[in-house]
Write a protein that binds this ligand. Structure first.
Ligand code: MN
Length: 418
């Protein structure tokens, strides 16, 4: 059996952004260098046959010395155990990675000058390509070599998948699928794909969260290859993680109890993580208040108070902080009664009932009116990383939320007018 530890975007030299003030001093300890060291511990403990780096190992050229120190210490520990380190360069480290490879002799750069290159490791062969300059507008797969090998082939590449016109080595899914490799280990996109499912072609993801939008588990992947069969295991050893935390306030009778409820849901979340063996140094919670409540319209103010007064707290040995709070609480309203009225509130209530009802022509017409506009927004650069596919349910959810908010404001105005 051959085992490989595959690491995606590390960006050594970059520090996590947006931490609360009281964790600012720990920024370095919560950054990618800590994850890199933990990954090396795993590589040594599991005695892997090689460590693979899928590009953007280093954030910028001027981080040579930061990366040199951090990378070198790790590479030397691996080299002492005779574990090779094989890397391809990405768009961030096009120039600095070859320089580091020239200085650190155990670090092997694969596919220099944009030429595909192969590296044999027992019964496995790694085939990789490195960025020759910071921008590459054509697909590197156009020059993928014809390979005649009875070893299991593993592709290692930094690229932008299914983004035609991207300056970062655009490749299409169909090109990746057509290549004669057993797996593609990709770098560039920080959100990891589910490599354990189906044909393993996907992004390894960042090794540790670099910003709050990088939610969920981060870390290297352990790949075991035995008689041509591949097994993937994600090792979520990132020192910093962010998670979306839905908190249902439907049962809350007093808004003043909201912080306590958030704390208890956070506690449960951390216990669940702990049971899965995931214990980061710090966790940023992206709270989403959900549910239906008569207090819905007070919740934005409650959320703001919580954010203003938020401090880091310890839970299960982890530093917890609230990164943000979104309010998606729906007002508890008697829609059926409202819908009998012919005023704006009544018209809104009717549309809400249509949205929640069965999928008939009226509902489709309503969704159709907004599909294109919402899709354009979702594809905007700001939201692209969210990778939000807008199906009918997602559109209905957005429309419902907007309509309910408007409706509760209308009703509040009416109350005040009385
Ligand atoms: Mn990149």
């Amino acid at each position: 059996m051959t085992t490989l530890l595959a690491i995606g975007d590390m960006h050594l030299g970059r520090l996590p952004a947006g931490l609360p003030d009281s964790l600012a001093e720990q920024r370095r300890a919560l950054g990618p260098a800590t994850a890199w060291n933990a990954a090396i511990d795993q590589a040594l403990e599991r005695q892997v046959d090689a460590v693979l780096l899928a590009g953007d190992v280093v954030e910028r050229g001027r981080d040579f010395f930061v990366a040199y120190g951090e990378l070198k210490a790790g590479v030397e520990r691996l080299a002492a155990a005779d574990i090779p380190i094989i890397a391809v360069a990405g768009n961030h480290d096009t120039h600095v990675l070859p320089r580091l490879a020239a200085e650190i002799k155990q670090l092997e750069l694969l596919g220099a000058d944009g030429q595909w290159q192969r590296r044999v490791l027992a019964d496995v062969e790694i085939v990789g390509w490195s960025f020759p300059q910071a921008q590459v507008r054509t697909s590197p797969l156009a020059n993928f070599p014809a390979i005649d090998s009875d070893r299991t082939l593993i592709g290692l590449l930094h690229c932008d998948r299914d983004q035609a016109g991207s300056p970062y080595a655009p490749v299409s899914s169909s090109e990746l699928e057509a290549a004669p490799v057993a797996a593609w280990l990709l770098g560039h996109i920080h959100r990891p794909d589910e490599l354990g499912k189906g044909r393993p072609i996907g992004y390894l993801g960042s090794i540790s969260a670099l910003r709050a939008s990088e939610t969920g588990s981060r870390g290297p992947w352990l790949l075991s290859i035995s008689e041509g069969k591949l097994r993937f295991e994600h090792l979520p050893l990132a020192p910093l993680r962010y998670d979306r935390l839905p908190v249902d306030i439907s049962e809350l009778d007093d808004a003043a109890n909201c912080p306590g409820l958030v704390a208890s849901v956070a506690r449960e979340h951390l216990l669940t993580l702990k049971q899965r063996g995931i214990v980061p140094e710090a966790i940023g919670l992206r709270v989403v208040l959900i549910g239906r409540s008569a207090q819905a319209r007070h919740m934005p103010a409650v959320a703001q108070q919580m954010i203003d007064g938020a401090e880091v707290w310890r839970e299960s040995g982890v530093n917890c902080f609230i990164d943000r709070i979104d309010v998606a609480v729906q007002p508890a309203l008697d829609l059926a009664r409202l819908a009998t009225q012919s005023d704006p509130a009544g018209l809104l209530a009717q549309r809400l009932l249509t949205l929640r009802g069965r999928d008939d022509a009226a509902r489709q017409a309503l969704l159709g009116e907004h599909r294109e506009r919402l899709q354009l927004l979702a594809e905007g650069r700001e939201f692209r990383e969210l990778d939000r596919r807008l199906d009918d349910d997602a559109i209905a959810e957005y429309l419902e939320r907007a309509a309910l908010l408007t409706l509760s404001r209308l009703l509040a105005q009416r109350e005040q007018g009385r």
